[in-house]
Ligand binder design. Structure first.
Ligand SMILES: Cc1cc2nc3c(=O)[nH]c(=O)nc-3n(C[C@H](O)[C@H](O)[C@H](O)COP(=O)(O)OP(=O)(O)OC[C@H]3O[C@@H](n4cnc5c(N)ncnc54)[C@H](O)[C@@H]3O)c2cc1C
Length: 397
């Protein structure tokens, strides 16, 4: 009997589990002979890309029913360490303190937004996790209850003028109405500086349409409960400060003696492995893989699910002596929500604008409400395997 252990129940981990189970099934291997375990510290797949909309019940998809259907075991536990030289995963004391042995490991423990290293940063909000988004929702509801719809004189600052910050600040205009003052602040000199030149004019138009105050080239020195202090001495009074200041790969990456990029992602080879660790595959936000000859993956849902599919497939192949499949994902698309100004949909690595306004918004809705969701357990094993199997989809293509 052999075993594949997957750490992380996000997009990469869940798609890795479905893909590995599909390949196990295709090869006619019994789930008793090849067990697949998914270990995660939350019972749900959290739809992180949607959290700017507020924390809603359908943004948590329970893992167990889907995993039960495809005969993958689920362990609700926190992994505190990996010992690759012994093929061991260490669970936290609260999760029994056990060590689990693996034959193949898929690390898919994702990312988190580190707290800014400034005094008072903990006073701020974020939308990094479901509970943090819920906390912000509760605060905003309290604010509206207290002030009625009249939020005149109330200021909310969103720190971080990139993808998440832009989606959040424009969505807040939609949610809170026209009276509240919304500020988007960044130390960079440009809005969405990492999103490329094509998107820039669309974003600037939308921010203007949504009446967002943009403060660029500003460095925060400290945050109070109701204020931000900027370098240079200016104080911005704010009912709330929400940080959207970028993601960092899970600290479990440190278990491997391998090169990482500035976001802490492990540099993986074409099979999503590490040169010195034949039993390990890496997927999702913990991996920096080459999607084609010139472009590395981003911390994104579309890359996480596909990396997961390849990692699951390759883990099974490497156990059964079959050929591994090099990861390749040449097409790339982006859809950025712009609140009342609609959304912008782009294709290609240079993000060529294809749709804006309400047309862009309807694509964004489809992505958020349908495309990024896993198959429902009720569709049955065959349909789930068909939806995720690397072999079946590439044969069909
Ligand atoms: C606010 C926000 C908006 C975003 N918007 C977009 C967007 O519009 N489009 C897009 O493509 N991407 C977006 N992203 C990025 C996208 O959500 C991530 O790229 C994606 O979630 C990565 O999937 P993952 O499975 O690698 O990691 P995650 O989704 O982070 O999942 C990791 C899983 O591992 C678990 N885990 C972590 N550590 C441990 C441990 N030690 N022990 C056990 N379990 C552990 C976590 O609980 C989680 O279940 C957004 C992210 C955020 C935060």
């Amino acid at each position: 009997m052999s075993n594949i252990s997957i750490v992380g129940g996000g997009f990469a981990g869940l798609w890795a589990a479905m893909s590995a189970a599909a390949e196990r099934d295709r090869l006619g291997i019994s789930p008793n002979d090849l067990t697949i375990d998914l270990i995660s510290n939350t019972p749900d797949l959290v739809m992180r890309p949607r959290l700017y909309e507020g924390a809603k019940p359908d943004m948590r998809v329970p893992l167990r029913p889907l995993l039960d259907t495809i005969k993958v075991q689920f362990d609700l536990a926190t992994v505190v360490g990996v010992r690759p030289s012994e093929n061991l995963i260490d669970l936290s004391e609260l999760s029994s303190g056990r060590s689990l042995r693996y034959d193949r490991l898929i690390l898919a423990s994702g990312s988190h937004m580190p707290t800014l290293p400034i005094p008072g940063a903990a006073n701020g909000f974020s939308i990094d996790t479901f509970s943090q988004a819920e906390k912000l929702d509760n605060f905003l509801e309290g604010l509206s209850r207290h002030n009625g719809r009249d939020l005149n004189g109330v200021t909310i600052v969103v720190v971080g003028a990139s993808f998440t910050g832009i989606e959040l600040v424009t969505e807040l205009r939609q949610r809170l109405g026209t009276k509240v003052r919304l500020v988007l602040l960044d130390h960079a000199e440009h809005v969405g500086s990492d999103l490329g030149a094509n998107l820039n004019p669309v974003i600037l138009n939308a921010l203007s349409e949504c009446d967002i105050d943009i403060r660029l080239g500003e460095k925060i020195t400290s945050a109070g409960e109701n204020s931000l202090l900027l370098e240079g001495g200016e104080v911005i009074a704010a009912a709330a400060v929400v940080f959207a200041t970028g993601l960092r790969a899970s600290p479990l990456t440190a278990a491997f003696n391998a090169e990482t990029d500035p976001a802490g992602r492990l540099l993986v080879n074409e099979f999503l492995g590490l040169e010195k660790e034949a039993a390990v595959f890496i997927a999702g936000d913990v991996a920096r893989a080459m999607a084609d000859d010139d472009h590395a993956t981003f911390m994104s849902c579309q890359h996480a699910t596909e990396l997961g599919r390849y990692a699951g497939y390759n883990a099974v192949q490497s156990l059964t002596g079959g050929p591994l499949r090099p990861y390749r994902q040449e097409s790339y698309a982006t859809c950025l929500d712009l609140g009342p100004a609609g959304a912008v949909f782009t294709t290609g690595w240079d993000r060529e604008v294809q749709k804006t306004g309400s047309e862009g918004k309807s694509i964004k809705r489809q992505i958020n409400q349908e495309w990024i969701y896993p198959p429902k357990p009720s569709v049955g094993t065959k349909a789930i395997f068909q939806a995720v199997s690397l072999t079946q989809s590439s044969q069909a293509a």
